[in-house]
Every structure is written in C-alpha cells, then in structure tokens.
Design a binder for this molecule. Structure first.
Ligand code: NCD
Length: 302
C-alpha cells in the first residue's frame, strides 16, 4: 500500500488506521515498546526538505516495529551532482528497500516516485501538496481528546495557501464530519477564497484552534510583516482564544514560531495539544508502516 494522499484511503482503511494508532499510542507508553512485525525489513527515509518531527518519528516508529532504517542524507547525495529524481529512485529501488518514506518540495513527486519503485512509498510531505500522516495524527489527536470528530468546530488558521498540513487535515476532518473553517491573512489564503481577512470569524465558538506557521521557504520577497505585527493582526493571542469555546484546545503541527503565529504561553498551557500531536505522530507512523508492508509480508512470510 502506498500512502500518497489522504484520498488514497478507503473509509475502512481510515477507520482502521485511526484505531490502530490509538493502540500504538498506548503501546508506546509502556517501558518496553518493541514489536517484531517488521523484523528484517528495510525502511529507507529520503527527505529533500528539512524535518524534525516527521523524520524522527518515522525513524522511531520503524525501529519500534523491528525494521532496519536507513536515511539517505540528501544534502551530501548525488542529487547535488545533477542526478534526476527518477535515477535517484531507481538507485534506491535497486537496493531492495521494503518501504520508502519520501519528503520532497515538488507537489506530486511521491506519486511519480511510487511509479518507479517496487516497494510501497509513503508521502512525508510534498511541497504545498499533501502530508497524509500529519492529517492522520491531527485527527487521531482530536479524536483521542474529544472522543469524536463529528460535529466539532475546527478553525485552521495561518498560511493556508502553502500548507500541505491544512490540505490533508482539512480533508480528513470534513470526511469525518467536523465543521472546518480556514482563515488567515488574505494573501496567504487560496486563490478561490472569498471570506474575510483575518482569523477572528473562524475562532468564534471553535472547539479546536489549529495554528500554522508562515511557509517562508515557499514565498518570494518580503512579506512586510514584523513578528509583533503579525501576532497582533493574525496570531493566536489570549484575547483571541477567549472567542473560542471554553473547552477549546490549541494545536500546531510544528515547527512553531512563538510570538509570530502563536503566543508562547498558549503553546505551553494546558489547553495545548501540541506535544500530544507529536506523541501521536509516532503511533500513526507505526500504524502506517505496518499497513504499508502488510501485503509484501503476507506474500513472503518469514
Ligand atoms: C509541517 C511540514 O513540514 O509540513 N511540519 C510537520 O511535518 N509537522 C509544517 C511546516 O513545515 O510548517
């Protein structure tokens, strides 16, 4: 099974992955957290864009399932010598990995690479395209906290235009019956957006407030914003959070810029699920790696 987009998942697969993630979440709270279902299998990670959480959690997830993990250090690879993505994929494939976890700045790159590889490919973020495991972990974290998704009011705020997280998370939330409002500074909203500027309208009565950073690497030129100015105009302040439901929780996929899109004290408060998202990230990636390899494991039992 490849996992390139959240839309690749059937309803059954989605439900299965969310339930399995919850089980792995509990499993990971034990002192000894090792399973051998991926023993002897080789997971390769290739990240053509920077990452802290996603790379580390895929690595930890694969090792907790007993796999061997190999990272392609992209910055010192032959990509800098002009090798194409296709030839890089053929090279990795010739070494017979069992899963490739790929992050790439080009939207659609993981789909192309999946066509060139014999092993499953998991998209760990493709430019402003999708980030399916982040979408899954966001949904699993919300479900864990509220016990449901259906009927919740979720505000996703910030640089929506360039966010693969917003893309994947929004699709999954809507599919599961949440009411999602996207909001941010107009220049950072998708072309088709015709709602108001700012985030206040989205916060009104929200159960979940998800903040996103400005994807400066996908923007050209000066945004004209200064940290304090952005926070006052578009960021999550205590004053704005007071507009949300009294039970509202705050989320952020990271990396966050304290004092820009979110006040640091909110991120550290007991309304913040930001660390719970990271914890769930490992569990979701265990569930995904297990499912991604199940076909080849049943075809070639130990
Ligand atoms: C995000 C990403 O890389 O898409 N981070 C993540 O994976 N948790 C968000 C971002 O870069 O802003």
């Amino acid at each position: 099974m490849d996992l390139i987009s959240t839309t690749d998942l059937s309803d059954e697969q989605l439900t299965y992955l969310l339930d399995a993630s919850e089980n792995w979440f509990q499993f990971n709270r034990q002192l000894r957290k090792s399973d051998d279902r991926l023993a002897g299998l080789n997971v390769v990670t290739a990240f053509f864009e920077n990452s802290t959480r996603t790379l580390l959690s895929f690595d930890i997830a694969a090792r907790r399932l007993g796999a061997m993990v190999t990272n392609l250090p992209v910055e010192i690879s032959s990509v800098s010598k002009g090798e194409s993505l296709m030839d890089t994929a053929f090279t990795i494939d010739a070494m017979r990995p069992d899963v490739l976890v790929l992050r790439h700045p080009q939207p659609g790159a993981p789909r192309d690479v999946a066509g060139w590889m014999n092993c499953p490919v998991v998209n760990a973020g493709d430019g402003a395209g999708e980030h399916p495991t982040q979408g899954l972990l966001d949904v699993a974290t919300i479900r864990r906290h509220f016990g449901r998704i259906e009927g919740l009011k979720v505000a996703i705020c910030g640089d929506i235009r360039h966010s693969r997280v917003a893309n994947s998370t929004e699709k999954l939330l809507r599919r599961l019956g949440a009411h999602v409002t996207l909001a941010g500074p107009k220049p950072l909203m998708p072309d088709a957006y015709d709602g108001p500027d700012g985030i206040d309208h989205a916060l009104d009565g929200a159960d979940v407030v998800m903040m996103l950073r400005i994807q400066r690497e996908r923007l050209s030129g000066d945004l004209g914003d200064r940290p304090g100015e952005y926070l006052n105009a578009y960021g999550l302040t205590e004053e704005r959070l007071a507009m949300a439901s009294p039970q509202a929780v705050v989320m952020h996929p990271g990396p966050m810029n304290r004092g820009v899109e979110i006040e640091g004290a909110i991120a550290d408060s007991d309304r913040s699920l930001i660390r719970a998202q990271v914890e769930m990230g490992v569990a979701v990636r265990m569930a995904v790696l297990d499912q991604a390899t199940i076909e080849r494991r049943t075809r070639n039992p130990a």
